[in-house]
Design a protein around this ligand. Structure first.
Ligand SMILES: Nc1ncnc2c1ncn2[C@@H]1O[C@H](COP(=O)(O)OP(=O)(O)OP(=O)(O)O)[C@@H](O)[C@H]1O
Ligand SMILES: [Mg+2]
Length: 465
């Protein structure tokens, strides 16, 4: 079994065997090549006609082509072989082609080299020489492709070190255990939780403890991209695929090959792309937009959402089969209000960060500020805490942060203290509460408040609710 067919399997990342297309119209030559090369760990495909060669190259990816220059129609001059060579070079200039010629036809070999063949072998060949040439060419081709991939990565990637993860609270222990247990595997993980709970951070941690840590972690945000752009973002495109496609473009799946792809806000993937995503998640196969050549990658998929994907499946907006592929393991991040024990350490961590960034002389929070941090409901979770501390660092006058500098608005939940309100405010407050409780049903709200329907209407107008 080819070792790149391993999206869901556990274990370290291994390099797939080089794929070589061998082409000759003589079955016995192909058989001899097959015997020789199989033993060297190559993955082989054979073709017996120029047409079959072109067809294979169009649909599958190879690391090298080893082809005879003489085909049945035109056995002596090698013209057909040379034309074929030119066509292959025009289609993919990085694919190394090694040609085979009859013994003594050095001129033909020279002409082939002039047209871009990387090397030549004369028949009958010497096994050792053939193996050396092929090894050199496949290694070189991989190095060149890897170089192109790295160049694109450099533009697109974040630093690889594991993120700081503050997680002392009981609510976070199951999360830490899951990260430690499934991080090193190749299992696909779905990370869920409210905004700002640390989903992106957990994705980085999972990648950092995996065998893929030395390879890229590539993020795609499925929110905010139009469907057309999103497809070429994921899968890349070839020159001319659409009006703006002026050059070939490597997609995120290819960038993440051997590493991890993080699909953020996965619930926003449009239906048509969900089908394409399902295929690549299941088989590792996809095509660049505008190309019919199938490419293969070995990518581990992490995804995140703050929506309930089960609800999205229920309402027909998300494919159930895709969900089942993505959520092999699910990690649910608790909201910050359920892990208040972590607030002091998180606040200190953000304080250190922002103090360094803004070069301020601050060393902590006074007790009023700490009290405010501990009692705030944090609807925006850790991200909101980060921003509150950043604000305080900018505002602070002294060497400690004080409560007002945090700029925390009082609880947004409308439960003010009754003793602080006027009679009028209390009345308005109770009317709004009752309307909310009965989903806007005036008769039921009026009954609960001990008012007639018309008396409630008058008050609704007065309080504007
Ligand atoms: N356990 C943690 N320890 C320290 N910092 C954390 C932790 N979790 C999250 N953070 C920080 O909190 C901020 C928000 O985290 P992150 O972006 O991972 O959340 P998210 O769930 O992906 O948010 P969103 O839903 O908005 O995409 C980031 O600055 C991140 O570095
Ligand atoms: Mg995020």
């Amino acid at each position: 079994m080819p070792s790149f067919d391993r999206i869901d399997s556990a274990g370290p990342v291994d390099v797939p065997p080089p794929r070589v297309l061998i082409a000759d119209d003589q079955a016995d030559v192909l058989e001899a090549l097959r015997l020789l090369l199989k033993g060297e760990g190559y993955q082989l495909e054979s073709a017996r006609t120029p047409l079959a060669i072109l067809d294979a190259l169009e649909h599958r990816e190879f690391d090298a082509v080893l082809m005879d220059l003489n085909y049945a129609r035109d056995t002596t001059s090698g013209r057909e072989g040379l034309d074929l060579l030119s066509r292959i070079r025009a289609a993919d200039a990085t694919l190394p082609v090694v040609v085979m010629t009859a013994w003594g036809s050095v001129e033909l070999a020279v002409e082939a080299m002039r047209r871009g063949a990387r090397d030549f072998i004369q028949k009958p060949w010497e096994n050792a020489r053939l193996l050396t040439i092929l090894r050199t060419q496949t290694d070189l081709a991989r190095a060149i492709r890897r170089g192109q991939q790295l160049e694109a990565e450099n533009r697109a990637l974040r630093p690889q070190a594991g993120p700081p993860m503050i997680a002392e609270s009981p609510a976070m222990q199951p999360v830490l255990q899951l990260v430690a247990r499934v991080g090193p595997s190749d299992a696909n993980v779905l990370i869920t939780g409210e905004n700002g709970t640390g989903k992106g951070t957990v994705a980085q941690a999972l990648h950092a403890v995996s065998g893929r840590a030395g390879r890229p972690l590539v993020t795609v945000n499925a929110g905010g991209l139009s469907e057309g752009i999103f497809e070429s973002e994921l899968f890349g495109h070839v020159k001319g695929a659409f009006t703006d496609a002026k050059v070939d473009r490597v997609g995120r799946f290819e960038l993440a090959d051997g590493g991890t792809l993080f699909l953020d806000e996965i619930a926003n993937v449009p239906p048509n792309l969900q089908a394409k995503l399902l295929r690549v998640v299941e088989t590792g196969e996809f095509e660049r937009v505008g190309s019919s050549r199938t490419r293969r990658v070995a990518v581990r998929i992490l995804s995140a959402t703050n929506a309930s994907l089960t609800d999205e499946v229920g309402s027909g907006r998300f494919r159930q089969d895709l969900l089942f592929r993505l959520n092999t393991i699910e990690i649910l991040l608790p909201p910050l209000r359920d892990r208040r024990e972590d607030i002091p350490a998180l606040a200190a961590h953000f304080l250190r960060q922002h103090v360094r960034r803004y070069r301020k002389a601050l060393h902590g929070f006074d007790s009023g500020a700490m009290q405010a941090l501990l009692s705030h409901p944090w609807p925006g979770n850790i991200r909101e805490l980060d921003h509150a501390v950043e604000r305080a660092v900018l505002m602070a006058q002294d060497t400690v942060v004080r409560a007002p500098e945090l700029g925390l608005r009082p609880d947004r939940d409308p439960s003010p203290r009754i003793e602080d309100m006027s009679l009028e405010e209390v009345e308005g407050f109770l009317v709004r509460k009752a309307m909310a409780r009965f989903d806007g049903n005036v008769s039921q709200a009026a009954k609960a408040l001990g008012l007639s329907r018309s008396a409630l209407y008058r008050r609704l107008q007065r309080f504007g609710s």
